[in-house]
Design a protein around this ligand. Structure first.
Ligand code: SF4
Ligand code: MG
Length: 335
């Protein structure tokens, strides 16, 4: 079956300007050639440290940013050439959930108007009918009905995120990109929001791309997980395979940084040195080599392709080349 979203060779580069004349000084390769599918009904976890390009990729997939290169197909329809006007009917089918529910909610709007806004934008339900739809969404989110007349500042962080989620799913979208939806919340609230997202997925048949900076957060919710480093996907696998048998040293390092009770997973204890290098001047060869404990000569010269390791598992590291079926620049959808 056709994937809901098919991403091929997508790059999102930004010019960097500087000096009094604002001349272009370089290019930030925020997303630098990524390919993957999103299968209908799945949750694809998209993980990486801050600055790896995951938010830029999320926004590019929704055409909130324009890719520099590559192809994005939604149910087979190419999105990259469409004007904003042509994208409009597709907008209600593809939504974003923001990291910071407070910053994304207009403080001067009541909850009625915030959650009702998508209906207004798409000229769907009016008057009494819109009111009913907003009330039904409040029920679905576990928010009190008297929230209608109140303003965002009157709610806790978790409730504000519920309001934001209500607005995002009001149109019953097919694809939801959740950009670190729980990172700004208290730990005690995070599981509640994840459970809510899982329930909504089942009820509304949503497909998620769930962006997180930490593998632990997406473990419970993900069908498959993609790990990004400096604008590229360095490993992609089913959640079961990725957590049990991570193949890329970066994934191994991210996992070994998380205390886990399962001793099976503690095979490689890697402490990451330093921060992610600037995407303005990424290291040559394998971009991970300055931080990789296994780096060897070739890693400084050549960029490893994504090697296909079976069962839809791909990893971009020379160390897995011996196990590769064939280089897979276009990873299989797996799942
Ligand atoms: Fe490390 Fe080399 Fe593999 Fe890159 S290709 S992750 S530097 S071993
Ligand atoms: Mg981000």
């Amino acid at each position: 079956t056709e994937p809901l979203l098919q991403v091929r060779g997508v790059k999102t580069h930004f010019p960097v300007r500087g000096g009094v004349l604002g001349r272009v000084r370089g290019t930030v390769k925020a997303v630098d050639g990524v390919s993957f599918d999103v299968v209908r009904g799945e949750t694809l976890g998209l993980v990486g440290e801050s600055g790896c390009g995951k938010s830029t990729l999320g926004r590019t997939l929704l055409r909130l940013l324009d890719p520099t290169e590559g192809s994005i197909r939604f149910e087979g329809q190419e999105l990259t050439g469409l004007s904003q006007r042509q994208l409009r009917p597709l907008r209600r089918r593809m939504q974003l959930i923001f990291q910071d529910p407070y910053a994304s909610l207009n403080p001067r709007m009541t909850v009625r108007d915030i959650i009702g806004e998508p209906f207004a934008i798409h000229a769907l339900a009016q008057g009494r009918e819109r009111e009913e739809r907003v009330l039904a969404l409040l029920d679905l989110m576990g928010l009190p009905r008297d929230a209608m007349e109140r303003y965002p500042h009157e709610f806790s962080g978790g409730q504000r995120q519920r309001i934001g989620i209500a607005r995002s799913i009001a149109m019953k979208p097919d694809l939801v990109i959740a950009d670190e939806p729980i990172s700004a919340l208290d730990v005690s609230i995070q599981a509640q929001i994840v459970n809510l997202l899982v329930d909504l997925q089942r009820e509304l048949k949503l497909t998620y791309v769930f962006i997180a900076h930490d593998l632990k957060i997406v473990e419970y919710i993900s069908t498959r997980v993609a790990v990004m480093y400096l604008g590229k996907i360095v490993e992609l696998a089913s959640a079961a395979d990725l957590y049990r048998q991570p193949r890329h040293p970066y994934t191994q390092a991210l996992l070994s940084a998380v205390p886990v009770p399962d001793p099976e997973r503690k095979k490689a204890r890697i402490i990451l040195q330093g921060d992610v290098p600037s995407p303005l001047s990424p290291p040559p060869g394998c971009a991970f080599h300055p931080r990789c404990p296994y780096a060897f000569e070739r890693c400084r010269r050549e960029t490893p392709p994504l090697y296909a390791l079976g069962n839809g598992h791909t990893a971009a590291c020379f160390l897995v080349e011996k196990d590769a079926q064939a280089p897979a620049e276009t990873p299989a959808s797996g799942g």
